[in-house]
Design a protein around this ligand. Structure first.
Ligand SMILES: [Fe+2]
Length: 322
């Protein structure tokens, strides 16, 4: 029997040194969905983001066509003014990385664009964006997004449309596709992009959220962007429905984090079928953190430097799982 995946230990949800290691190991080496190109229609308007304490902005620099293409959109580091790696997909999504040291877009997401080709992302205009903080670690929210065992209990209204019985998650390199009913693979597009972005397209609506870590590992800023074919009452109805689901998840995450911080929960085995999305992304986090830790330890040792308290602390935690 294959070995069952275990969750990350609770300490990984509560430790500042571990989060600093995640910043270097995961966040500075990843790509982020910044938004559909329709979010950036106005020339010279800076749309700002903060991801893992890096301030960045996206800007439309030219308007040769109705919707901005790859030459019209640029992403910059707001602190240095330096350009950052960015990519516009053929059907209209802007992605960016936080550092030139990140792998290329196609190395990071080798099989993403063929899936994105099914949707024209210029069709649904941007309607609204909101953000707020919650008392949970960024992984507490991603854990919940990556499985639907909690859906029937937590989301009674959502479960009417998407019965969790058939819910399946397909894991690809650095992204997961959620399919509510495998018999209807074209019924909406629900994607998680490692590490912190999601995209949810169904009917006339589309939403995207970013699970932005703050410096406090127990606090996360949720950022949502909403798009819809229609404005007015139709949009408001869609907005209220998605807000209801988001607030149900928010409440669940704050309670789960309380258990993680109080030592109620240590770690456990993941369901290989129903929690494969959680197992996939947690393994990516663990592998990248361990790799970073080993590289930094080797560098310190080569320099004869044994003073790194961060390394000593994370060493103990990495050993828990290694
Ligand atoms: Fe949920």
């Amino acid at each position: 029997m294959a070995e069952l995946a275990r969750t990350l230990p609770a300490s990984w949800y509560c430790s500042s040194p571990l989060y600093q290691l995640e910043r270097r190991a995961v966040f500075l080496k990843s790509w982020y969905l910044i938004g559909p190109v329709v979010r950036f229609l106005d020339v010279d308007e800076k749309v700002s983001f903060e991801i893992a304490q890096r301030q960045i902005y996206a800007i439309r620099v030219s308007a040769a066509t109705e919707f901005p293409g790859k030459d019209d959109l640029k992403v910059f580091d707001a602190s240095t003014g330096d350009p950052l790696p960015s990519h516009v997909t053929p059907t209209g999504l802007l992605f960016a990385a936080l550092s030139p040291s990140a792998p290329s877009f196609h190395e990071f997401f080798p099989d993403l664009e063929q899936l994105l080709a099914k949707v024209d992302f210029t069709k649904r205009p941007w309607r609204r964006s909101i953000k707020y903080e919650g008392n949970f670690n960024w992984k507490t929210m991603v854990d919940g997004y990556q499985e639907c065992l909690h859906c029937q209990y937590t989301h009674p209204s959502f479960s009417v449309y998407y019965p969790p019985t058939f819910y399946t998650v397909y894991n690809h390199q650095n992204f997961s596709q959620h399919v509510a009913d495998p018999k209807k693979p074209d019924d909406g597009l629900f994607l998680y992009f490692f590490p912190i972005c999601t995209l949810n397209v169904y009917g006339g609506g589309m939403s995207s959220f970013r699970v932005c870590p703050t410096e406090d590992p127990g606090v996360t800023r949720m950022e949502f962007d909403y798009y819809h074919l229609e404005e007015g009452a139709k949009f408001e109805e869609y907005f209220q429905f998605t807000r209801q689901v988001a607030m149900e998840d928010f409440e669940l995450c704050e309670k789960a984090q309380t258990n993680l911080e109080r030592g109620v929960y240590g770690e456990g085995i993941l369901n290989p079928e129903k929690e494969s999305g959680v197992a996939y992304y947690q393994e990516r986090v663990f592998d990248l953190v361990r790799q970073q830790f080993e590289e930094e330890r080797d560098k310190h040792e080569a320099q004869g430097d044994s003073s790194g308290t961060d390394s000593a602390h994370t060493s103990r935690m990495v050993k828990i799982e290694a």
